[in-house]
Design a protein around this ligand. Structure first.
Ligand code: GLY
Ligand code: MN
Ligand code: MN
Length: 429
């Protein structure tokens, strides 16, 4: 493992919270993600299913977690199935989880080999009335064209046990995952701290005529060196007008003298993520116009962050953030105040320069699970990421911090990541 062992008490607590929300006499089943193929015999890097990680801390493929809090026999109330290792696997892949190790990580005492899953379930399904099954219900889920391990588990259970009741585990777990525990906040903070070091490394290396991917290389070096698992997502390193393509990530252009670079990057540490954006001038000095746009976005970030506090509704926050950006667009001479006053509210003019939302939950997923109808509550971690994109001027600016909501208001977990213009210019000297 690249990360310090997470105390099993976190996963024990998470399972307890989940079980408390289950209906009576029900079994919940969670699966690992698949190892995803590329071509020939190659595989992508493994990304664990985040519900599985949240409930068991297990970071290995082909694992299944079964929870049956009302089982007659106490040893059947929590069972973790892992794939049986053997000498051949050891030769090719090294150590896989032993039963003892799986208990140490998860706090689950009853560990079985995966080959025993179906027969074990058969005995338990005989007693139980209901299944809770995991499924990716994210509103922007990208898994439409394939059958995931979760899909296959749903198919298997429904075919074998057609007369049981079926419930959505996601409904419970997304609400739990929305509120971060102290241990989780520490892990997100660790991801952020690694990203701060990597960002400073990039700032020192930027020069006119470097390729965007050379900055990506500095970023990658910085985060891997500090024990990150990987980038939280493909980093966006967009110079000049590339910054106006919101999810640009080919990073294959030259950073030209006089342009500004937008860098949206995240670190995945112990499966928890940071997600931050900073902008800086290629030659180390912001132009007058870049400063104006940058300070307009910074103003929105600072003012908008104040709205991330308990009781505030995400929709109200987004509306007020849009008002803030709109005001700045008028100040920058990009919108006309009279035209804004007369605009069609269903098609506001600011959308030409600012076309995305500015707060999403952050945690095991970068765009973390959870309902946006739920008002902000202490323990939520959100991004705050206003932006202004002026393609006709070749300037795109977004600034993104990660904010923890507390009883008293909020804490900026990214406050140590340089953001003021003068600080960035000094660091680039
Ligand atoms: N990097 C994607 C986002 O900021 O949400
Ligand atoms: Mn981002
Ligand atoms: Mn974000």
């Amino acid at each position: 493992m690249r990360y310090k062992k997470i105390p099993s008490s976190l996963f024990i607590k998470n399972r307890k919270n989940f079980k408390n929300k289950m209906s009576t006499n029900a079994i919940a089943i969670f699966t690992s993600n698949d190892l995803m193929p590329t071509n020939a015999d190659d595989l992508m890097g493994f990304a664990q299913n985040n519900d599985m990680f949240y409930l068991a801390g297990i970071d290995q493929e082909e694992s299944v977690l079964l929870l049956y809090p009302d089982a007659e026999l106490s040893e059947n109330r929590e069972i973790l199935f892992v794939k049986e290792t053997n000498d051949l696997i050891k030769i090719w892949e090294g150590d896989k989880l032993t039963k003892e190790k799986a208990t140490e990580i998860s706090g689950i005492k009853n560990i079985k080999w995966l080959k025993d899953f179906e027969i074990t379930l058969q005995y338990m399904a005989f007693e139980a009335d209901t299944f809770y099954l995991g499924h990716n219900e994210h509103k922007k889920s990208a898994t439409v064209a394939m059958l995931t391990q979760q899909d296959r588990m749903i198919k298997f259970c429904k075919e074998k046990y057609p007369l049981h009741n079926y419930k959505r585990a996601a409904k419970i777990i997304r609400a739990l995952r929305q509120i971060k525990t102290e241990e989780e906040i520490e892990l997100i903070q660790k991801a952020i701290d690694i990203s701060i070091g990597s960002f400073k490394r990039v700032l020192k290396s930027v020069q006119p005529d470097k390729m965007e991917y050379e900055l990506e290389a500095e970023l990658t070096y910085g985060l891997i060196k500090k024990g990150a698992k990987r980038h939280a997502f493909l980093p966006i390193i967009a110079s000049g007008k590339n910054a106006c393509a919101l999810h640009y990530n080919t990073n294959d252009n030259i950073c030209k003298d006089g342009d500004m670079v937008l860098m949206d990057f995240g670190v995945c540490y112990a499966n928890y993520n940071s997600d931050t954006t900073r902008c800086f001038p290629v030659n180390g000095k912001f132009t007058k116009r870049q400063k104006e746009v940058y300070n307009a976005v910074l103003h929105c970030l600072k003012e908008g962050s104040k709205l991330l506090k308990p009781g505030f509704l995400p929709t109200d926050y987004e509306k007020q953030m849009a008002d803030l950006v709109e005001e700045q667009l008028i100040n920058l001479g990009l919108l006309n105040a009279k035209e804004v006053k007369d605009q069609d509210p269903k098609n506001p003019l600011y959308k030409k320069y600012f076309m995305h939302g500015t707060a999403h939950h952050l945690g095991l997923d970068v765009h973390d699970v959870g309902l946006y109808s739920r008002p902000f509550e202490p323990g939520m971690v959100l991004t705050c990421e206003p932006g202004i994109y002026i393609s006709e001027e070749g300037i795109g600016c977004r600034l993104e911090n990660n904010i923890l909501i507390t009883q008293e208001g909020n804490v900026n977990l990214t406050k140590a990541m340089p953001i003021e213009i003068d600080v960035i210019e000094v660091l680039m000297k």
